[in-house]
Design a protein around this ligand. Structure first.
Ligand code: FE2
Ligand code: FE2
Length: 194
């Protein structure tokens, strides 16, 4: 069985990679180039159909149990739960705009650029809060039984992008991710990294 904490963290790293690719597209926007709308759409589609349907609901269950064990996390957890709802709505809106832009519906460039940038900031903040404020407590307090309860309510589903069976519509995106990872490996560690 995979360690639920490790799997949870890996998913966050995966989402962070997708946000980086989204950011590259926003940068293209900013330079007056046409972003790859199909790639942006695929990222948002994944976020809506995997993250919002599996990752966040599993967190919702885990957070409820964590709050019972440590009422001290209630404030931060309530905010994170609310952010799950905001991220779902924001992702939906952004996906609609990106699809429209790809279909040449006239959308003010600045509006789409700003909406994407806001989504990036909000999402990254959400991930870092979970990593910093919640996951260490979850690692200390949640037991195997707690994780079994999470599995029972929201079962783990194969990841259609980062998993071994890539969904056809994600093949281009997966190739891009693998290329980026290879480029990062070929570059080696950043100067000053031990
Ligand atoms: Fe979350
Ligand atoms: Fe998360």
């Amino acid at each position: 069985m995979t360690d639920p904490l490790a799997a949870w963290h890996t998913e966050h790293l995966n989402f962070a990679r997708l946000l980086d690719i989204l950011e590259e597209q926003v940068a293209a926007f900013h330079m007056g180039e046409t972003p790859n709308y199909a790639l942006m759409g695929d990222i948002l589609y994944y976020m809506r159909n995997f993250t919002d349907r599996v990752h966040h609901p599993r967190e919702d269950v885990a957070y409820a149990r964590l709050t019972e064990l440590d009422p001290g996390v209630k404030l931060v957890v309530n905010r994170l739960l609310q952010e799950h709802r905001v991220l779902a709505t924001a992702g939906d809106d952004l996906l609609t705009h990106v699809i429209e832009a790809g279909e040449d519906v006239v959308i003010p460039r600045a509006a789409l650029e700003a909406a994407t940038a806001t989504y990036l900031v909000y999402y990254r903040h959400h991930l870092s809060t979970e990593e910093r404020d919640v996951m260490p407590r979850a690692a200390q307090l949640l037991t195997e039984q707690d994780w079994a309860a999470v599995d029972a309510i929201v079962p783990v589903r194969p990841d259609p992008l980062f998993g071994s069976n890539v969904l056809e519509r994600f093949e281009t995106l997966r190739r891009q991710i693998d290329l980026d990872a290879k480029a990062a490996r070929d570059q080696g560690p950043a100067p000053g990294t031990p």
